[in-house]
Structures are given as structure tokens and as C-alpha cells.
Design a protein around this ligand. Sequence first.
Ligand SMILES: [Zn+2]
Length: 210
Amino acid sequence: MLSRRSFLKTLAIAAAAASSPTLALGFEYGADGAPLPRYDSKDLLDLKPAQQPLFVEGLLNLRSGSTGERFQCHFRDPQGNYNAEHLQYLNWFMRCNYDHQYTRMDIRVVEMLNYLAKWYPGNPEITINSAYRTPQYNRILTRTNENVAKNSLHMLGQALDFSVQGVPTRSVCQVAQAVRNMVGTGGVGYYPRSNFVHIDCGGRAATWVR
Ligand SMILES: [Zn+2]
């Protein structure tokens, strides 16, 4: 995990080198010399989802509920080839709301969200309220919010809290459950008062309402 500062510094280096056509978003190392989370060819092989129905195009129209940032994330083509730069930026986009550290998100929860998004016409905007949480931030949340689990899968980059623009949360929850049932594992949480849905790709299949 890297700090926001080192990430931004690295982005600045990448921007300075942007005239080189081979670099694209080619940041590899943070200012402190530590490697950024990076997908090498071995990881990309591991990233092939097993479920054939998940091979719809990987395109997410994202907005951060915390910072307001927007990101058209084209993380995979319909043939199953992942885009390492977009996945890398997605990790940063899904950083902890509290201290801006980030991790490598579990691709399975990203694929679940993508499949859910494809349920709706026109690729509606998805607002991410919470993705990765550092253990410190999760501890703080457990003190003030009884709905936050001590061993939350958000700390492993395996959970997302989100809403879909123009779609009632109840309906999003139903689609999330359908996607989860298709995948066969993972949790779905329905939070009607806060208007968001939680999905995760860890543990056993479960559904809850809070
Ligand atoms: Zn959650």
C-alpha cells in the first residue's frame, strides 16, 4: 500500500513522460521506490474468470461518492483480455475514503459489479460509496456504526458499497442477488435507509438487510 502523496508524485512523472507513445499511463514505482500494485502477465492469466457468462465487455461508468471523481473504466475487452493500466487506476479510484491508501481490488468483485451494470441499458453511472478500507478506518467505523463488521471484506478489497443512477436500491439489490446466485458465492447487503447495496466476493453466499 502506498500513500496518496507518492501516488500523485508518480502520476506527475507519468504526465511528464506522456509525450512518449509507449508509456501511456506507465507508472511503475512510487516516489519512495516501492512498486505500485501492478499486473504482470502471470496475474493477467490468473485474472481469467471461470464463468463464461461473465465475458461481457468490462466497462464501468464510475463516480466516487467520496471525492466526486469520475472514471470510465474499460478494464477488459469482450474476449477476456484485461487492461492493466485501467485496473491499476481502478485500484487507486477505489482507495480508502479515510486515509487514501489503496490495495489491489479482488477482480471477482469488479466482475460482479460489471455484470450487474450490464443488466441496465445505457451503462448507467455507478456511485461507489466505499470500496477498500484500511483496518484503521474500519476500526473507526465499527465504533460509530453498528452495521460495520469487525472483519469486513472491505479490508481485503473484496467488497463494494454502491448505488446505480436512476435505479431504486431495492431493484439493484435484486439484480445483485441474481448475479451472486449465478457466481455461487458472496454476500449481498441491502441498506434501504442509506440507499446503497453491498456486494462482496468472499465467504459464503449470504443476504442481509440493514
Ligand atoms: Zn460494504
